[in-house]
Design a protein around this ligand. Structure first.
Ligand SMILES: [Zn+2]
Length: 266
């Protein structure tokens, strides 16, 4: 397994991202960078039974320079045309936005795209246009509509790829799905956007304002953080500081992140 960065992502001012009513306001601001929250986009590449999957694709890359995700995958030994599966946790723009190139061709020519059916239905629906989620909906259209024949819908609690089991974790979006990778006693949990920032570990009941259903988002976050802490299961966080690998530990009413620094895992 490798982790490759798709570059930083600015998610805006803290009070536009988090409902900070549950915690000290200054504490949330202290954790932001220059008044805004800039998070990572960590893409996990996994080889299993001779096939290759990447988890997430990053936001649409519009710079003229080389795409950091593509360069990182190639330098880690992965050929873009030999990636078999793209497995986004959900259909937000920073997760599916790198499926298509700005010029309109596929970045990963031979990859199937594994998503939860309800997320595809939700983000491609006309009802999203004219709402707060319109930008993400338009990016989802641009990246998913040309690939409708390549979509594979995962089923909760079943393998969607060799040694990758889907776990429906709704709230952030209707079809948000986490994954358990591995077999035997060797597992890695792909968190996705149950958590965006470490302040949500200290304050897991703080609402995330980008969640489609913020109450369900809180319920899922608390349940899954407890799951990870109880099992001491290694976890992979898309938006945490690179490479986003570590353990969740319980501290009082909250949790903390104990990072692993190795870029290569297993
Ligand atoms: Zn995200």
């Amino acid at each position: 397994m490798y982790v490759v960065s798709a570059g930083p992502l600015d998610i805006g001012e803290p009070d536009k991202a988090f409902d900070a009513a549950h915690c000290d306001h200054g504490e949330v601001y202290e954790l932001s960078s220059e008044g805004r929250i800039v998070v990572e986009q960590n893409v996990l590449a996994v080889r299993s039974q001779g096939r290759v999957a990447i988890f997430e694709t990053g936001a649409p890359f519009r710079d003229t320079g080389s795409n950091p995700l593509h360069a990182g995958l190639v330098s880690a030994g992965f050929e873009l045309d030999r990636i078999d599966a793209i497995i986004p946790t959900h259909a937000h723009l920073d997760h599916v936005g790198g499926i298509m190139a700005p010029a309109g061709h596929r970045n990963f020519r031979n990859a199937a795209i594994h998503l939860h059916a309800s997320d595809v239905e939700f983000w491609l629906a006309d009802e999203r246009l004219g709402t707060r989620g319109e930008h993400s909906a338009l990016v989802a259209r641009r990246n998913l509509v040309p690939n409708l024949d390549r979509l594979e819908f995962h089923v909760d609690d079943q393998e969607t790829f060799p040694n990758v089991t889907a776990m429906h974790t709704p709230g952030h979006t209707v079809g948000h799905t986490s994954f358990v990778i591995g077999s035997g006693n060797d597992f890695l949990f792909v968190v996705g956007d149950i958590v965006h920032h470490q302040c949500q570990l200290a304050h897991p009941r703080m609402k995330m304002l980008f969640d489609t259903d913020p109450d369900a988002g809180v319920e899922t976050r608390v349940r899954m953080l407890e799951y990870l802490a109880l099992r001491s299961m290694p976890a992979f966080f898309y938006h945490f500081p690179f490479p986003g690998l570590g353990y969740v530990e319980r501290v009082g009413d909250g949790y903390r992140f104990s990072p692993l620094s190795d870029r290569k895992w297993g």
